[in-house]
Design a binder for this molecule. Structure first.
Ligand SMILES: N[C@@H](CCC(=O)N[C@@H](CS)C(=O)NCC(=O)O)C(=O)O
Length: 207
């Protein structure tokens, strides 16, 4: 059985949600951020990046949310987590790349400023800007990306929905009021009501 290394509420939630939606059995393995487990040699022996998620498969370790999600979708095509139409699939990937490369990075400036700077004053400056950069991302998604009724981009749940839901859970902590973005708020509520989300709560993957 595959193992998913996760910490509750992190971007690893998207991978866990995809596994649940694909009905793929997996063993969740907690990486306890409260003790800094992700920085310790024991976890670095598993994932030298010191990050979650990491998916241990029979072939070896897979990291990066985008790669993990696509792997899960490919393992369970019957779950329809990625559209078969090339253009629609590309739209889902465009959303996923935006979430990973822009929005997650903007969010990380609140708690992880040490990745980019050394001085305390730099951390404060970076953290102070997070509500604005995250709000700008929300405004962009609201105006230019969210076109679907039941999901972000259409009528079917896709990998993009799992990742978008995961990132939107961070908005309150980033002092962004999701209700200012009606399509995003509706998406958050709709996806949050899925049975897979309840399962993640039961398993402690979603706080
Ligand atoms: N590009 C990676 C980013 C993974 C990442 O940064 N995960 C965060 C949690 S949301 C983490 O493990 N942080 C631990 C740390 O910075 O110490 C992905 O999308 O999977």
């Amino acid at each position: 059985m595959m193992k998913l290394y996760y910490a509750p509420g992190t971007v690893a939630v998207a991978s866990a949600m995809a596994l649940e939606e694909a009905a793929i059995a997996y063993e969740p393995v907690l990486v306890d951020f409260s003790t800094g487990a992700q920085t310790k040699p024991a976890y670095h022996a598993v994932n030298p990046k010191g990050r979650v998620p990491a998916l241990e498969s029979e072939h070896g370790l897979l990291t990066e949310t985008g790669a993990i999600l696509e792997y899960i979708a490919a393992l369970a095509p019957e779950a329809g987590l990625m559209p078969t139409d090339p253009w629609q699939a590309a739209q889902v990937r465009a959303l996923m790349h935006y979430l990973g490369n822009t929005m997650h990075v903007a969010h990380a400036h609140k708690m992880r400023g040490h990745r980019w700077a050394d001085q305390e004053s730099s951390f404060a400056d970076m953290a102070a800007k997070v509500p604005r950069t995250m709000a700008e991302c929300c405004a962009y998604l609201e105006a230019h990306v969210l076109t679907g009724a039941a999901s972000a981009l259409g009528d079917r749940f896709t990998l993009g929905d799992a990742w978008l839901f995961t990132v939107c859970r961070w908005l309150e902590g980033d002092s962004v009021d999701i209700s200012a973005y009606p399509k995003l708020a509706r998406h958050f509520t709709t996806i949050g009501a899925r049975p897979s989300v309840a399962v993640l709560r039961d398993k402690g993957i979603l706080p």
